[in-house]
Design a protein around this ligand. Structure first.
Ligand code: HEM
Length: 485
């Protein structure tokens, strides 16, 4: 049986309706049925919004649903063929190598790096408060999560001086192809006195351009025709940003190698050590393969978590009672201390607030799969060589699965009673987010550290609406004013 269908226009199907507002389009589509078909440009899609369908695609018949396809090709082009986009044997090998770094028992060791990032953030917020300054929440949180990810996973302090190679390359890409950008070298000698550009700023700058280009191309009819290799200004801009991003990552790699050599003692025991140990670098594959793993992890880990922080603190600013309850829990459990690994389990309400924020504003608002084998979901045919969308945004707010779906009610996660597959901010199955525990730990440490000492309230007069970009982010940013508690 064929699924209900949105007809759209000749040739382009529902392309323009989807491009105008993907969140609204998908929500309206889901009201037509649990499985709904439509065409976007030349490609056929089904939106699957029923939790049973989510389970079928991500778990029960996951082998028939691949992560390849134009959208993912773009991500792979931008960040390298790392874990989030790789497929088949390459993915299995990467997951085997990287998985151990994210084992449960290793996570507690990362809490001090998270807590120290949180305390720098809180001090900066208090300084802004004393000056009467507002902050841009999205940028502030992106910076702190980037710094924590660099330190916790890669053992690199973004503010440290780097090798001359890194210094020369950061921020100096001026065009050319992304392929050329991928030859960044990276095993240089280190002069720790070389004046440094700001790595975090360089990453954010490159990422700003990449996010724009990915979002624009994901909703462009001409991208499918022109691709990324035609020498258009947009393609040059895109390639230059990719090259900048990889140059910073290469400088982190060089710095890390130099630091390990200088220390001469026990090698560090973090993700980068594991990747270096698996040794692409020394034997054969070279640094480019290592960067293909490192860059997507750096990006996957920080934007998603910073979006979660932004939405969590915004939601709390809109609900005085929930904020006071969370503050009281933090005061009771931490009593003014910096949070440690054991404390995190003792903060159920803070965690429920974060879970609820990810229900209402899931950073990964849409998962895409390429259908490799014919399938059937809820009695409807899902033909091979088409694509499916699963949307946490849609299913998390579907009235069939949630009471008062648009209301912020953290209590619902204190004793969760929802359908298991109606909530999937981290996906499910073999491709589930590798950094789930890391992210939840980091978000809990950061949110509780902020609640302990600072209040954040939005500067009045802003319209806060989510934008479906690479991640779900406030469309016009979010200005917040900190004040001491
Ligand atoms: C709140 C924060 C985060 C959210 C909401 C999130 C969400 C997701 C989602 C939805 C997926 C699955 C995508 C799919 O099935 O198509 C995913 C995959 C992934 N995430 Fe996260 N993520 C977060 C933080 C992190 C962190 C901190 C890391 C750390 C490195 C990370 C690393 C990854 C990786 C490597 C994958 C690909 C896994 C694979 O395909 O084997 N994520 N994430």
């Amino acid at each position: 049986m064929l699924a209900p269908r949105i007809q759209g226009l000749p040739l382009v199907g529902a392309f323009f309706a989807h491009r105008a507002d993907p969140l609204d389009f998908l929500t309206r589509a889901s009201r037509l049925g649990d499985v709904v078909g439509f065409r976007l440009g030349r490609s056929e899609f089904h939106l699957i919004s029923h939790p049973d369908g989510v389970q079928r695609v991500l778990v029960d018949n996951a082998a028939a649903y691949h992560k390849t396809g134009p959208g993912q090709d773009l991500i792979r082009y931008a960040f390298g063929d790392g874990l989030p986009t790789s497929e088949g044997e390459r993915w299995r090998a990467q997951r085997r190598t990287t998985g151990p770094a994210f084992r449960n028992d290793r996570m507690a060791d990362l809490v001090p790096a998270m807590a120290s990032g949180a305390s720098v953030l809180v001090d900066a917020l208090l300084t802004s408060a004393s000056r009467g300054d507002a902050i841009e929440a999205t940028e502030t949180f992106a910076r702190v999560t980037l710094e924590i990810a660099s330190r916790a996973m890669f053992g690199v302090d973004l503010a440290s001086p780097a090798s001359p190679v890194g210094a020369a390359q950061i921020g100096h890409a001026t065009g050319g192809s992304a392929q050329a950008a991928r030859t960044t070298g990276g095993s240089a000698s280190t002069d720790r006195t070389t004046p440094q550009p700001d790595r975090a700023a360089a990453i954010e700058r490159a990422l700003g351009t990449i996010r724009c280009e990915v979002t624009r191309r994901g909703t462009s009819l001409t991208h499918g025709i022109l691709g990324t290799s035609a020498p258009t200004p947009g393609n040059r801009r895109f390639a230059a940003a990719i090259r900048d991003l990889r140059a910073v990552a290469a400088s982190m790699l060089a710095l890390r190698r130099a630091t390990s050599r200088d220390d001469g003692g026990e090698p560090p025991d973090d993700l980068l050590a594991i990747l270096l140990g698996a040794d692409h670098a020394a034997n054969g594959d070279g640094d480019e393969a290592l960067l293909d793993q490192l860059v997507p992890l750096l990006i996957a880990s920080h934007l998603t978590t910073s979006n979660t922080l932004t939405w969590t603190l915004w939601l709390l600013s809109q609900d005085v009672q929930a904020r006071e309850r969370a503050e009281a829990e933090v005061d009771r459990v931490l009593g003014g201390r910096t949070p440690g690994a054991d404390d995190v389990e003792q903060l159920p309400f803070v965690r429920a607030v974060i879970d609820e924020a990810m229900r209402l504003y899931p950073p990964g608002w849409r998962l895409v799969r390429w259908v490799a084998d014919d399938d059937e979901i809820a009695g409807f045919r899902i033909p091979r060589a088409t694509r499916v969308f699963l949307s946490p945004w849609v299913t998390h707010r579907h009235p069939a699965w949630w009471d008062a779906p648009d209301a912020f009610r953290p209590e619902r996660f204190l004793a969760p009673a929802h359908e298991r597959f109606a909530y999937f901010p981290f996906g499910f199955g073999v491709r589930q987010c590798l950094g789930r525990r890391f992210a939840l730990l980091e978000a809990t440490v950061l949110v509780s550290s902020i609640l302990q000492r600072v209040r954040l309230d939005p500067v009045p007069g802003q319209l806060v609406v989510p934008a479906a970009q690479m991640t779900l982010t406030p469309r016009d940013g979010l200005r917040m004013r900190p004040s001491p508690r």
